[in-house]
Design a binder for this molecule. Structure first.
Ligand code: GDD
Ligand code: MG
Length: 341
């Protein structure tokens, strides 16, 4: 089976991390989140993947080169963002598939049973099958109403009210026919245009409900929660990570306190007397003596100097907190310096 993975979004809500690194390349524990997506596809027998992006291939080049074996990757750069539906339709030629193919949002960590979903797609004779997941507040998602047989009655992207329900989990099985003709060169949304149009035309669109692990990685809170879940072994098919997780070349000084839900990236360092909990230190980040870091993401080569406090914050690459600086609920841009009050 073949798949198209959408990696074109701006990653706005993960700024400032995504100001210096495309969202799919932001690491999740031990490797870029896109590696997790592609490994999941490989486990379900996907051998060919089209990566579709409105961003340039350049930052992805070394990633693509470093991946060996399955699945084989073809890259498409859109001249302008084509939207989720336009990007999928635009990938049809590269996919060269007569049969149903997978289309995925590239910013999701899931252990969805794609094999079972594929069986269901074949059994129902659907034109499109949409993986669904249950949430308490559907506002950030696409709310999907189905009948007793699982047939989709309505697809409502980003509903206005905070209602619970089954939402689009961002993994689809599509017959090529479902999107053919939508490659117009103009942006097209699969959520707002293509699915509603298929439903209105009476084409068979089905939902696939499961209790799979599922997390959109788009915000700092969700990104940190995905780490907690990976470290706690809640995602099937993943290695049993030691917690806290120390990457190659990471160092934690004696006398530092590092709680279990912490990832210390390659070459990152935590010095004596520092307290770190529920946080991710990306490559080369440094946490100085007696400082405190909670529920935060420290970007590559960022520095939290001695005695500084960081809580519920995101530091961009190379950001520097000077000694005794305090940042709460903050977003500190790449290279920005913060001094103590
Ligand atoms: N190639 C390409 N071109 N990819 C795009 C484009 C584009 O113009 N626009 C968005 N993408 C990619 C993003 O990179 C992401 O992987 C995916 O399409 C979805 O875009 P998001 O911007 O992350 O959408 P969302 O999270 O607000 O909502 C989507 O995901 C939810 C589940 O997480 C929708 O599909 C919702 O219906 C769904 O519930
Ligand atoms: Mg998203």
């Amino acid at each position: 089976m073949k798949a198209v993975v959408l990696v074109g979004g701006e990653g706005t809500r993960l700024r400032p991390i995504t100001e210096t690194m495309p969202k799919p390349l932001v690491p999740l524990v031990d490797r870029p989140s896109l590696d997790h997506v592609l490994d999941h596809l490989r486990r379900h027998g996907v051998h060919e993947v089209v990566l579709s992006s409105s961003y340039h291939e350049e930052p992805f080049r070394s990633f693509i080169r470093a991946r060996r074996g399955d699945p084989e990757i073809t890259w498409i750069t859109e001249e302008m963002p084509l939207g989720t539906g336009g990007a999928i339709a635009n990938a049809l030629d590269a996919l060269a598939s007569e049969e149903a193919f997978l289309a995925l949002n590239g910013d999701i960590l899931t252990d969805l049973d794609i094999t079972a979903m594929r069986e269901r797609h074949a059994a129902t004779g659907a034109t499109a099958t949409i993986a669904l997941t249950r949430v308490e507040d559907a506002r950030p998602f696409g709310l999907v109403a189905t009948d007793a047989d699982g047939r989709v009655l309505e697809f409502r992207e980003k509903p206005r009210d905070p209602i619970p329900g089954d939402v689009n989990a961002g993994t689809y099985l599509l017959d090529p026919d479902a999107v053919r003709g939508w490659s117009t060169g103009e942006p097209v949304s699969i959520e707002r245009e293509i699915f509603p149009s298929l439903i209105a035309d009476g084409r068979p669109v089905f939902g696939f409900v499961s209790d799979a692990y599922w997390k959109d990685l788009g915000t700092p809170d969700q990104y940190l929660q995905a780490h907690v879940d990976l470290l706690d072994g809640r995602v099937r098919g993943q290695p049993a990570y030691p917690a806290p997780f120390l990457a190659a070349g990471a160092s934690v000084a004696e006398g530092a306190s590092v709680a279990s839900h912490v990832v210390v990236g390659p070459g990152a360092a935590i010095e004596a007397g520092a307290e770190v909990s529920d946080s991710v230190l990306l490559e080369g980040a440094r946490v100085g003596e007696r400082s405190r870091v909670r529920r935060s993401i420290l970007g590559p080569s960022s520095i939290v100097s001695a005695g500084a406090i960081v809580e519920d914050s995101v530091l961009g690459a190379g950001a520097v907190l000077e000694p005794d600086a305090v940042v709460r609920d903050g977003r500190i841009g790449p290279g920005q310096r913060v001094s103590s009050a």
